[in-house]
Design a binder for this molecule. Structure first.
Ligand code: ADP
Length: 190
């Protein structure tokens, strides 16, 4: 299986590139942010819980997020692989994902990281807030908190995957097609 962790700070372009990657490699796209938003829309218990964290730019607790992700993975029978988008976001999530995939006789092929500087991220998120109406993209303080949470909890995952020899960084600034080509180069050289 080809199991990719697509990594990068909020606004790095993970959603955009995921769509192109799933089409190219016939993978299943699992975005924890999208799944939470679908639950919020459907007014489920999980949605209510997730919203209370997302509105502040905080992470949804690990236990809830991990369980939700595992339930999504098992829904798919015989996939070529998965793109994990927005997951894992903490070391505990990464460890749980490794253990879970190992129990299914598979594992992570690589982490593809979109590298984008902070000024560019803030610009993109505010722009997306205008277009998408996502509440967490409209308030500069919440955006700053998401980036701070990213630096504190999520950025350490770079070394987690580096230690496994699985980290592949890609320049996340440029045209969508250029960035996509760089990601494909990394995958094709695995
Ligand atoms: P972005 O990458 O732009 O922050 P996402 O759609 O991936 O957007 O996530 C939106 C919000 O959903 C996050 O700020 C967080 O509150 C919650 N979330 C998404 N994925 C996770 C995760 N793996 N663990 C905890 N919270 C998550």
């Amino acid at each position: 299986m080809l199991n990719i962790v697509l990594f990068g700070p909020p606004g790095a372009g993970k959603g955009t590139q995921s769509e192109k990657l799933i089409a190219e490699y016939h993978l299943v796209h699992l975005s924890t942010g999208d799944i939470f938003r679908a639950n919020i829309k459907g007014e489920t218990e999980l949605g209510k819980l997730a919203k209370s964290y997302m509105d502040k730019g905080e992470l949804v607790p690990d236990q809830v997020t991990i369980q939700m992700l595992e339930l999504e993975v098992v829904k798919h029978s015989g996939p070529k692989g998965f793109i994990f988008d927005g997951f894992p976001r903490t070391t505990a999530q990464a460890q749980a994902l490794d253990a879970f995939l190992a129990s299914r006789n598979t594992g992570i092929s690589c982490m593809l990281a979109l590298e984008v500087d902070e000024e560019e991220l803030k610009k993109r998120l505010l722009l997306r807030g205008k277009d998408s109406g996502r509440a967490d993209d409209q308030n500069p303080e919440i955006i700053a908190n998401r980036i701070a949470v990213y630096q504190r909890d999520t950025a350490p995952l770079k070394s987690y995957y580096e230690q496994q020899g699985k980290y592949r960084g890609v320049q996340g600034v440029g045209s969508i097609d250029e960035i996509f080509a760089s990601l494909c180069n990394q995958i094709n050289s695995l």
